[in-house]
Design a protein around this ligand. Sequence first.
Ligand code: F6P
Length: 319
Amino acid sequence: MRKIAIMTSGGDAPGMNAALRAAVHQAVVHEVQVIGISHGYEGLLRSAFTPMNLSSVDDIIQRGGTILRSARSQRFCSKEGQEEAIANLWAEGIEGLIVIGGEGSYRGAQALAGMGMATVGVPGTIDNDIPGTDYTIGFDTAVNTVVEAMNKIRDTATAHERTFVLEVMGRASGHIALTAGLAGGAESILIPEIPNNLDDVCRRLKWSSERGKVHSIIVVAEGVASAYTIAEEVKKRTGFETRVTVLGHLQRGGTPTAFDRLLASRLGSQAVEVLLEGGTGVAMSYVNGEVRAVPFDKVFAGSKEIDRSLYNLATVLAM
Ligand code: F6P
């Protein structure tokens, strides 16, 4: 293999740049040319190709976002779109492709692998919702962002003796809410994977208040309900003064943590190794501290479960 391409796709995640940097360095070691595709699959359909070298990835390990830009492409989802995309790759002489993104991006990568392009996925999403890997690139940074926000909210919550509802990202997954909620000392954590009982939440809030706790933070994953709805309900049922903070896309930005940089560097460089060893239709994963390649089929067949023991621990610590 003499020429490979790399792209970032879907929602950006801090550490994507570190993964890109590692892949380029690893390819240079093997004297393999690297083409950067900008704007994900949308850019692939436009043949938005740029040759990359070591200088292209200087000074990016610490940067959030993605220098390749990212996008979600409707056109690529169709058969015609995929045929056009693979024709563009062949025309450029590209023999292997690395896609850094989430599960949606993996589906596109699998389609291209099925059409004969050697393709490897690298897990990049703050949601940590990809089965087959313990962590995805960007999750740790997002969790730390949420915890930092909780520290600040707690100050003002205590000063005014208020209950805060903090909405975090995760349309279908509660990994950010659970991990950050636990680390930030949330009084309640509401996630899509576990049925929520607002009466229970309110009972606990009242109990805490009776024992003298003057503030509370409820962390809710966006997939459960709007924080405004929860805050209204809590106010109605407890009479407590509530306030809402929706962190939104703030969670997707920022300088990646050391953990994310390390994870991204390991996964990005190994993705190149896997391609050069003839691997295709696989996703890089990180399991029990080890990097390995898992077939896309296996990834799609699995589900990324919530760690129930963490949830139970959070309940104990919330008292
Ligand atoms: O990157 C994942 C994610 O942040 C989800 O948690 C969120 O719901 C979604 O992407 C929003 O993405 P966008 O604003 O790009 O549609």
